[in-house]
Design a protein around this ligand. Structure first.
Ligand code: PGA
Length: 249
């Protein structure tokens, strides 16, 4: 059985008091699904988040990291720094990192290697922009993001990889891919994995959907056979909404 996962990506939202109050609300929520639940506060609040969530099953994860082990990279955070505060999972390749911070496939492949070398689990994000969707090029774009970012890995590495398909045109826009569009792409992603690594591996990797997942559409999206959960942005900032999504399975 593939893992079902709902991860909240808080992005650059919530200072320390706001983080503490949202985490207290999340900790008090009742989970009725079997999904693994994760939240990604900003770097400065990671350490506090572990303290605040002690005794809860919610996992604290990171939004990004640098590929180097240490050194003269002002403003950056390494895998070992994340590990030292308790982080076990890191999001890499979010479209905002790709778009605003010029993270290329090549940089992301190095980040993936650094994370795995440090025994961090990776949530690897990718997705096409609207122009690619409109021109019918979305599968080519997604296929090459996956190949360039991940296909240098040995099959055994995939036990620590979660994929997140996030069509850029659906992120933060209120416009979501239809459940059918999500399913079609997730099936394509699984086929791409299968062609390279075989069906057993492809069937074992969780593929999350991200892009305007809300309480009113989560159930239908998560109901699709190749959708194993969601990466949630805006709706993760509200405890009621986030847990409505967590419990949508
Ligand atoms: P959204 O963001 O849910 O606000 O669209 C999703 C994401 O960027 O992970």
């Amino acid at each position: 059985m593939r893992k079902q996962i709902v991860a909240g990506n808080w992005k650059m939202n919530n200072d320390l008091p706001q983080t503490e109050s949202l985490l207290a609300e999340l900790k008090a929520k009742k989970q009725t699904s079997n999904a693994e639940v994760m939240v990604a506060p900003t770097f400065t609040n990671l350490h506090h988040a572990f303290t605040a969530l002690k005794g809860s099953k919610i996992e604290v994860i990171a939004q990004n990291m640098h590929f180097a082990a240490n050194g003269a990279y002002t403003g950056e955070i390494s895998a070992s720094m994340l590990k030292s505060v308790g982080v076990k999972t890191v999001i890499l390749g979010h479209s905002e990192r790709r778009e605003y911070f010029n993270e290329t496939d090549e940089i992301l492949a190095k980040k993936v290697d650094a994370a795995l070398a440090n025994n961090l689990r990776v949530i690897f994000c990718f997705g096409e922009v609207l122009a690619d969707r409109k021109s019918g090029n979305h599968e080519n774009v997604v296929g090459s993001q996956i190949k360039n970012g991940l296909f240098h890995l040995e099959a055994s590495a995939f036990k620590n990889i979660v994929l997140a398909y996030e069509p850029v045109w659906a992120i933060g826009t209120g416009e979501t891919a239809s459940p059918e569009q999500a399913q079609d792409m997730h099936a394509f992603i699984r086929k791409t994995l299968s062609n390279k690594y075989g069906a057993d591996l492809a069937n074992s990797v969780s593929i999350l959907y991200g892009g305007s997942v809300k309480p009113n559409n989560a159930q239908e999206i998560f109901g699709k056979p190749d959708v194993d959960g969601g990466l949630i942005g805006g709706a993760a900032l509200n405890a009621d909404d986030f847990f409505a999504i967590v419990n949508a399975f």
